[in-house]
Design a protein around this ligand. Structure first.
Ligand code: ADP
Ligand code: ZN
Length: 727
């Protein structure tokens, strides 16, 4: 018996299956998909069995499988196939595809710490009569006490009884120990009354329901506050009642938490969660619940798409336009593509939902590739908020550098009425660059060549790309004058400005810096919901999905931060972001208003945001995309050429361009090389090549060959990214 094993080295040159023989004692246990230890070179390493055969006709002397590592963990055939699909689609190594399917505690190459968590209980091991007899004669009060407690309670946790008396009782076999695995997350089942769906919701739900046994992709296009979550809950409930399983993805933790609460209310202990805010141990437990078939619903972020269910009934992806579904390091997979693979495999529906669908998704819906389901109204009496655009150029003349008169007035008005306000600024830190007014010196990251952001709370200058940080000095490091200026507004400074300008404000800030501690997202959201604060200030983290009935004003402090990013998607990203932020206002009975501050009042995108017109935005933007040959009319591939030396990076990038031009078909466009958006990252120079194509059967092979050419090059490396979220 032989096993084909893919080993843990994530390098392209070892990306193949190696054959091992299965020793006698393991023959009855080995299964395809198991994690095993094998010898490779002179080292013991780990791998997955991808196939078992009885024939080996190679000429090498084979080594044995040494042991089975995680008998509880077996990748199903479906997931094994999925890994191969991901390798083919993203040109990653097979092992990296399998690695990304597992929670970190179960990953290969992880310290062999055992994450299983047990509790020990004590129970009586003799009949009641025998125990009572013993008690009546026993001279040790502690033993008597323990036995009496157990006569009453039947079972108790060992740690509350631990003492030498207990040890004696165990030795005498009067009581016994029972070890049981405990999960770190335990959910109590509740019985919450279901709301009655509105007619619009009900129609949407029924449309999806007709395809429970079909592989159909729905685009659920429902404005903010239209009650999409109820549709998810009802659809999933039907699926679960039919004995099948469901995966529900949300784009980020803060949002996942809110959805998880609603899922716990409806499905209780049938729900497992998988997201990055869990500890390794929690994630390990949740994963076990899924693979042991103890839960039917998984709610989580991107990697939850790999939940090891074997009888899936539906996959739902909320906020489908979100970039977070694409992983931006190897394997560069998109959870939506993985979802499509799995839905096809199980012949089940996929629901992509958003208030601002990706142009790509809407275009597919228009062509009939996806089935469009629309929700045009907010639930109940709530209507979309009124949106004001404020010209900051005029405000600057009045010396209003941060808050326009209008925004100031509206904030005060809301705070006085005891309503709540959300302010949005897409830049964290205190000031986004520090420069010297005497000599012009600007602090820059020595590794990445971009300006450092000042964080006042720690008095640090930090690179937001690589994490490089230094203490900030009072004097300019160049001319030694005390003339440093802190320019560019970040959330930390904004928080301070709010405290200075609005005495009624009780502000809480939510960004990467205030949410690094476990559970802090959740706490900020809960506290704001319970009105401990009346003003929430944050980055894009607060833009999506949050539902606070008391919020009646949303302020966008600077709408230009995303508009001015040089990327073909910056219009789309800006529209999505502003539309989503606006959607946080006036969600219940109170009327909402939005104030957007900008230096580009005449910009079309902002005009469409003001009109809340996705359709007009869609039509205009699609014309632009067609003219400039961008998605969804063309597909994109980005190829990055990386090298520590600038000259070599550039000349290799030029070689790549020539190679591509020689090998692509006529209609395919090869652009570049240009410097990447961040030229120098972690001391490595980066050049970028963009390929635009529509039909090019040979392209994948060409790129694969290019990738292989660099797999043995120890100076220059390349990164290939299909359908990149930004270029
Ligand atoms: P969306 O995700 O579409 O932005 P949500 O699903 O968060 O909207 O719903 C918005 C609000 O409306 C939530 O507070 C939700 O509890 C409430 N809601 C949804 N459907 C109904 C309904 N049929 N009846 C009453 N309230 C509802
Ligand atoms: Zn850096």
């Amino acid at each position: 018996m032989y096993a084909n094993v893919v080993v843990e080295y994530p390098v392209k040159t070892l990306d193949k299956e190696f054959t091992y023989y299965v020793p006698e004692e393991l023959k009855s246990q080995v299964k395809v998909g198991m994690k095993v230890a094998v010898e490779f070179g002179k080292k013991d390493i780990q791998g997955f069995i991808l196939g078992i055969t009885d024939i080996y006709d190679g000429e090498y002397e084979l080594k044995p499988i040494k042991s089975i590592l995680e008998p509880d963990l077996v990748l199903s055939n479906e997931l094994i196939e999925l890994g191969k699909y991901i390798r083919n689609e993203t040109l990653c190594t097979l092992i990296s595809a399998y690695q990304s399917m597992l929670p970190s505690a179960l990953k290969i190459n992880k310290n062999n710490r055992n994450y299983n968590f047990y509790k020990t209980y004590i129970e009586l091991d003799k009949t009641e009569k025998e125990i009572k007899e013993y008690v009546s004669k026993c001279r040790y009060p502690r033993q008597v006490e323990i036995l009496n407690l157990l006569l009453q309670n039947k079972r108790m946790e060992k740690r509350v009884l631990s003492c030498s008396g207990l040890d004696t009782l165990i030795k005498k076999e009067l009581v016994k120990e029972i070890k049981e695995q405990e999960y770190r997350i335990n959910v109590i089942d509740k019985n919450i009354n279901k709301v009655k769906l509105t007619e619009e919701q009900d129609n949407a739900y029924k449309t999806i329901k007709t395809s429970f046994n079909k592989n159909e992709t729905f685009l659920l296009y429902g404005i903010t506050g239209s009650g999409k979550t109820e549709i998810y809950l009802n659809s999933i409930e039907d699926v679960v009642n039919s004995g099948k399983q469901a995966i529900m993805l949300a784009p980020e933790i803060s949002l996942t938490m809110q959805i998880v609460k609603r899922f716990y209310e409806r499905f209780g202990s049938k729900v497992a969660v998988l997201h990055s805010a869990l500890s390794d141990g929690e994630r390990h437990d949740e994963y076990l619940k899924i693979s042991r078939g103890e839960v039917s619903v998984v709610v989580g972020t991107r990697s939850a798409i790999f939940a090891p269910f074997n009888n899936l009934g539906i996959i739902i992806i909320d906020e489908e336009h979100s970039d977070t579904y694409k992983q931006d390091n190897m394997p560069r997979y998109n959870a939506k593509d993985v979802a499509k693979f799995r839905c096809k495999y199980y012949n089940i529906p996929l629901v992509l939902a958003s208030a601002t669908p990706l142009l790509d998704s809407m275009a597919r819906a228009q062509k009939g590739v996806y089935t469009l389901v629309t929700l045009k109204q907010r639930v109940g009496n709530s209507v979309l908020p009124q949106i004001h655009l404020v010209d900051m150029e005029a405000e600057y003349k009045k010396k209003n550098f941060i808050f326009s008169d209008l925004l100031k007035e509206k904030i005060n008005e809301r705070l006085e009425k005891k309503e709540q306000v959300i302010l949005f600024l897409n830049r964290r830190g205190f000031s986004t660059f520090v420069s010297c007014s005497n000599c012009g010196y600007t602090y820059k990251c020595p590794n990445c060549d971009i300006s450092l952001t000042y964080h006042k709370s720690t008095n640090n200058l930090v690179c937001h790309y690589c994490g490089y940080n230094i203490k900030c000095d009072e004097l300019c490091p160049n001319c030694k004058e005390k003339s440093l200026n802190y320019l560019g507004l970040g959330t930390e400074k904004l928080e301070q400005e709010i405290k200075n300008s609005f005495p009624l404000a009780n502000v809480v800030r939510m960004d990467q810096d205030t949410t690094s501690k476990k559970g802090s997202h959740d706490k900020i959201i809960e506290d704001f919901k319970n009105e401990k604060y009346n003003l929430l200030l944050g980055t894009s983290m607060i833009s999506k999905g949050l539902d606070f009935p008391k919020v009646t004003l949303v302020g966008v402090v600077n709408a230009d931060t995303t508009l001015n990013i040089p990327d073909y998607r910056s219009n789309e990203n800006t529209f999505d972001l502003l539309e989503q932020v606006s959607g946080r206002a006036g969600r219940a009975n109170l009327l909402g208003e939005v104030v957007i501050q900008t230096f580009n009042v005449d910009n079309n995108v902002l005009k469409y945001v003001k009109e809340s017109s996705y359709d007009n935005f869609y039509n205009t933007e699609m014309m632009f995309r067609r003219k400039l040959k961008y998605p969804p009319y063309y597909y994109l591939v980005s190829i990055r050429v990386l090298d520590k030396e600038y000259e070599r990076a550039l000349s290799e990038a030029k070689k790549c361009v020539s190679y591509l031009k020689e090998n692509v078909c006529n209609e395919t466009i090869v652009l570049g090389p240009t410097t990447a958006a961040i030229l120098k990252f972690n001391n490595v120079y980066r050049f970028q090549i963009i390929v635009k194509y529509r039909f090019d059967e040979k392209l994948k092979e060409t790129l694969h060959n290019l990738d292989q050419m660099y797999s043995l090059n120890d100076k220059t490396s390349i990164e290939i990214d299909f359908n990149p979220t930004r270029i």
